[in-house]
Design a protein around this ligand. Sequence first.
Ligand SMILES: Cc1cc2nc3c(=O)[nH]c(=O)nc-3n(C[C@H](O)[C@H](O)[C@H](O)COP(=O)(O)OP(=O)(O)OC[C@H]3O[C@@H](n4cnc5c(N)ncnc54)[C@H](O)[C@@H]3O)c2cc1C
Ligand code: FES
Length: 278
Amino acid sequence: MSAETKNIYLPKLHRIQDIIPETSDIKTFRLNLEGTPFVYYPGQFAELFVPGVGEAPISITSSPTQKGILEFSIKKTGLVTAAIHRLNQGDRLGVRGPYGNTFLVSNLKHQNLLFIGGGIGLAPLRSLINYVLDDEKRSDFQQVIILYGARSPEDLIFKWEFKKWENLEKVSLLVTVDRGNPQWTGQVGLVPNVLKESVNVNPPEWTCIICGPPIMIKFTIKALLDMGFQSHNIITTLEMRMKCGLGKCGRCNIGPHYVCKDGPVFTYEQLQNMPEEY
Ligand SMILES: Cc1cc2nc3c(=O)[nH]c(=O)nc-3n(C[C@H](O)[C@H](O)[C@H](O)COP(=O)(O)OP(=O)(O)OC[C@H]3O[C@@H](n4cnc5c(N)ncnc54)[C@H](O)[C@@H]3O)c2cc1C
Ligand code: FES
């Protein structure tokens, strides 16, 4: 065994094939795996590494059905994410992982799926959305509704993918913003309100997967419960502070759970049995 395979903290460098500007402070980085195996499932994350700066945990936004590439959508918030934003096409970015649990696609088979994303929270959901909508997997799942909200039209990510999703059979995409602008002709309203007003489903027949800012998750879960969703049919993914990503440093624990290993994906039923630290 080489020294490289023994060191679990050692990232692998991958070439940036493309950079897609999403908003003023979010970019999607498409890395070329160049034949290096990287086996992952929707819901997992990786630690991204910039030499001399540090590491940050970032959700994998590509779907494993997209072969040979790995995508991350990254918001510039501090040191590491700003350093990643300074990289150019052709530069190399360090990746270690994948880490964390997954959305357990086998448990979602034959179900109707309601995705609810807020802001950059659509990034981890997109991995599962594109997995479910992949030609080879599509018949394993039923109807799909994607409800996506952001503060303003300028804050929406993956706009370039909306047409593809909208044009698919048995897929509905609802996009809303908190505040419109003169060009915006779409829906204006907070996600939980749009959910209650515009999503007409029979809750026992649906599973909902949510990711977004904590305040959005809180009020969206309340709306889902009011609509009749059961807590085991509501799935969310947490973005706690993390360091190692491997269950070793204790940075991300909630009670006895390490979010980096036992999560980041939890059902609302599981969260209800945890201390209120998330
Ligand atoms: C499992 C997981 C998945 C994530 N997925 C994504 C993703 O897909 N895209 C993305 O842009 N970001 C994601 N994040 C958040 C990302 O890891 C942080 O924004 C990043 O670590 C900040 O690092 P930095 O060095 O740039 O900022 P720092 O210089 O460390 O900090 C900048 C500011 O951000 C705050 N901050 C740092 N980490 C977090 C955090 N986890 N949550 C909230 N605030 C934080 C700091 O307190 C500080 O105010 C994810 C986090 C986790 C744990
Ligand atoms: S990040 Fe180190 S234990 Fe979870």
